[in-house]
Design a binder for this molecule. Structure first.
Ligand code: NAP
Length: 322
């Protein structure tokens, strides 16, 4: 472990202004320092959300890079060391690794601490983490609906969560005060907070995130395997629509492997529905049903408009690309 002196472990109150300048949490542990972990570190600094940020990651290379970037106040290869005395612990590792990491850190968790995660699937994380959560620790699963196709500690930025939704999944015995504190944390990070059940989360994200990524991976691979169209032509003419899929298809392979393996039921159900609807389009094209195609496309255009009106994307042409 390497340590830099605590910035403000106990907190101080600015006496002249009467303003409370104490950080929201004394010690926050980030287990996983990739895109999400490093973004949390940046926003915690900006908003004074932690007196001490303890960062942990499994590889020396990532830890060294996090240290070079100055993301945290202390750096640990052993996550159990990082979570010791932490009031808030974030698990920012791939969904498939959550259970193992939780098992490892469990004995070091402080009584009264909030344990949360940012995993893209909720049912499987609850299944894998819950058995390890010690008595007196508040486990509140979460998922910020914010990301990019980049990964690693260099990818993070403080504005990632700005005006994005963060879904919290309170469990049967979730403590109201702990939930309210975690909610305040995410709001201070710029996010809007919603709560829902794990099952509903996995279905909603299945259609809004998981299925689109699967389709993107597939279309990019189909294009790559076409024999009559060369790869250089695919790249050269990609502005025709293909490149918008390539952004999604460039997402981290480990993260997405784990998402599909751990949200299997919802994704398979949605994929079935998707293929039925695709057959409807296929049939309409085959039988020259122009009116039908026109009606369907008008409906999907409305959905795009609603996303823009909700402030979830830019109205600029080409997603604001120059
Ligand atoms: P990332 O940039 O790839 O970083 C992953 C972090 O987890 C790194 O610190 C990595 O450590 C560590 N890690 C990887 N495999 C591990 C394992 N088997 N055991 C322990 N640690 C491991 O990932 P990310 O994009 O921040 O995603 C983290 C979590 O956030 C995932 O659960 C993902 O589902 C969720 N999420 C992602 C997005 C997104 O768009 N990316 C959005 C919302 C939520 P080393 O580098 O040291 O190996």
């Amino acid at each position: 472990m390497t340590d830099t002196p605590d910035k403000q472990t106990t907190g101080t109150t600015a006496q002249n202004t009467g303003r409370d300048d104490r950080p929201m949490f004394n010690r926050v542990a980030l287990v996983g320092l990739g895109l999400i972990g490093s973004s949390l570190a940046h926003v915690m600094r900006r908003e004074n959300l932690a007196g001490h940020i303890a960062g942990a990651t499994r590889s020396e290379a990532t830890l060294k890079r996090a240290e070079e970037l100055g993301l945290c106040d202390s750096y640990h290869l052993d996550a159990a060391e990082a979570v010791k005395d932490a009031d808030l612990v974030f698990l920012n590792v791939p969904v498939g690794a959550m259970g193992t990491v939780a098992e490892h850190i469990a004995p070091a968790l402080k009584k009264g601490a909030i344990l949360t995660d940012v995993g893209s699937v909720k049912g499987a994380v609850i299944r894998d983490v819950s058995p390890h959560v010690p008595e007196g620790v508040h486990f509140i699963p979460g998922h910020p609906i914010a990301g990019t196709e980049q990964s690693g500690p260099d990818a993070g930025f403080a504005e990632l969560f700005e005006n994005r939704w963060c879904i919290l999944v309170p469990l049967e015995n979730t403590d109201d005060e702990a939930l309210a504190r975690l909610k305040r944390f995410w709001q201070a990070a710029g996010a809007n907070v919603d709560t829902m059940t794990a099952e509903h989360h996995d279905l909603v994200l299945g259609i809004t995130s998981h299925l689109p990524h699967l389709i993107a991976y597939n279309i990019v691979l189909t294009a790559a395997d076409l024999e009559e169209v060369t790869e250089s032509e695919v790249i050269k003419y990609s502005a025709g629509g293909f490149r918008d899929f390539t952004r999604l298809a460039a997402s981290d392979p480990v993260m997405w492997r784990d998402v599909f393996l751990n949200n299997r039921e919802a994704v398979l159900e949605l994929l079935g529905r998707f293929m039925e609807d695709l057959h409807v389009l296929q049939r309409a094209i085959r039988w020259g049903e122009g009116d039908k195609l026109h009606e369907l496309f008008k409906r999907s255009r409305r959905i795009r408009r609603e996303i823009i009106e909700a402030g979830q994307d830019t109205p600029a042409p080409g997603f604001g690309r120059r």
